[in-house]
Design a protein around this ligand. Structure first.
Ligand SMILES: NC(=O)c1ccc[n+]([C@@H]2O[C@H](COP(=O)([O-])OP(=O)(O)OC[C@H]3O[C@@H](n4cnc5c(N)ncnc54)[C@H](O)[C@@H]3O)[C@@H](O)[C@H]2O)c1
Length: 357
């Protein structure tokens, strides 16, 4: 792609257009994503003071650290994810595919991916672009990361990308964003819900109820809010869509050694919520499945305080490693595509064999 068309694509990735939306004025300004975004957005997470206790085990010694987090609930550890380049799927390549391989492609489809500012969500958005989607809307509360992700995706693949810096627990903003997405693209075919937060090393007897509510609000209520908003549009537009929720193996097993009662409960709720949605919406032609990853090597887990625990996770994983940040990609594409047309209500664990032992 020429640098000129890259710039044109980049400037097309504006936060919010003016059609039918009632977002604050700062959202409606058309501007290049190359400018440094301000952090004053009301939709971005409210800053609360939290302290996260982390227990480490090294050389037979147990240590307890307290790590203050100034901007919860989404933590930004040093050293982000390894980011690969995504490539567009050309029409010429598509034409050469056998009928079986063609079913995995997503030409002319429109996807919404929450939590795609970074991590697993961003990688799955790249995979959707490589499988041929024409449009991707990113919803993420991290404004800087979301803008960079949108710009990179558009520049690398030529896909029409829009970014909505929205907290998925804010129902009104989510509905407005989804309305705008449908106004722009005409429909939503694919919904990947990767936005979520984690808490670990939190003994149940000391778990702050505010913190418990906050995690449930994002991982369960927020996930439902977006699913409902998109489900309504899929039903209204008669789109036989596919929804993929990123749950966790923690929805089926209890992790060790860290105590994370609330996270585990939230992911079990996501799995059961999706099975229920799958049953309710099957007659509209909407499919709903969950992916349950084991330990993945994302920025979230790449902090020195987790080194000792990570060693245990690896030892307890038959494949002897964490999953790479792009190792949900192919399953996400399959679930989004016609390659899985008879699958709904399934929960698929991708964990390097962790749950076998
Ligand atoms: N990394 C793992 O080991 C692992 C394992 C199992 C399941 N998961 C699940 O996979 C999903 C993605 O995890 P990740 O490792 O990529 O984490 P991550 O923190 O790198 O990415 C999560 C993204 O979600 C966004 N987000 C969080 N809360 C939000 C909210 N309220 N509104 C909008 N955006 C919000 C964050 O800003 C972030 O960009 C999560 O649901 C997580 O629970 C991760």
């Amino acid at each position: 792609m020429s640098s000129r068309s890259a710039v044109r694509l980049a400037t097309r990735c504006t936060a919010f257009p003016t059609k039918r939306t009632v977002f604050p004025a700062s959202h409606t300004t058309v501007r290049s994503v190359s400018k440094t975004p301000k952090r004053e957005d009301a939709a971005v997470a409210t800053a609360l003071e939290y302290e996260v206790p982390i227990i480490t085990y090294k050389d037979g010694l147990r240590e307890e650290h307290v790590v203050p987090i100034s901007e919860p609930p989404v933590v930004k550890p040093p050293g982000g994810d390894v980011r690969k380049v995504a490539y567009p799927l050309s029409a010429a390549v598509c034409d050469q595919l056998t009928p079986t391989m063609k079913k995995f492609t997503l030409n002319d489809r429109v996807a919404v991916v929450t939590g795609a500012g970074r991590g697993l969500g961003y990688n799955m958005a790249q995979a959707l672009a490589e499988a041929g989607v024409k449009g991707i809307a990113i919803i993420d509360m991290l404004k800087d990361e979301g803008e960079i992700a949108a710009r990179e995706l558009a520049e690398q693949t030529g896909v029409d990308v829009r970014f909505y810096p929205v907290d998925i627990t804010k129902e009104t903003l989510v509905h407005k964003a989804v309305e705008d997405i449908v106004d722009h693209y005409g429909k939503i075919d694919i919904f990947i819900n990767s936005a979520g937060i984690a808490d670990s090393n939190m003994p149940a007897e000391n778990y702050s109820i505010d913190r418990f509510r906050r995690l449930m609000d994002i991982n369960v209520n927020g996930n439902f809010i977006v699913a409902q908003a998109i489900g309504k549009e899929m039903i209204r537009t008669g789109t036989k869509g596919s929804m993929v929720f990123i749950a966790s193996m923690s929805g089926s097993i209890v992790n060790y050694p860290q105590q994370q009662n609330c996270y585990n409960a939230s992911k079990a709720a996501v799995i059961q919520m999706c099975k229920s949605l799958a049953a309710e919406w099957a007659h509209y032609g909407i499919r709903v499945n969950t992916i349950s990853p084991g330990y993945m090597d994302t920025a979230l887990n790449r902090v020195p305080q987790l080194d000792a625990q990570k060693k245990m996770w690896v030892e307890r994983t038959p494949q002897g490693r964490l999953g790479n940040v792009d190792e949900l990609n192919n399953l996400a594409v399959m679930l989004a595509s016609d390659a899985s047309s008879f699958m709904t209500g399934s929960n698929i664990i991708i964990d390097g064999g962790y749950t076998l032992w």
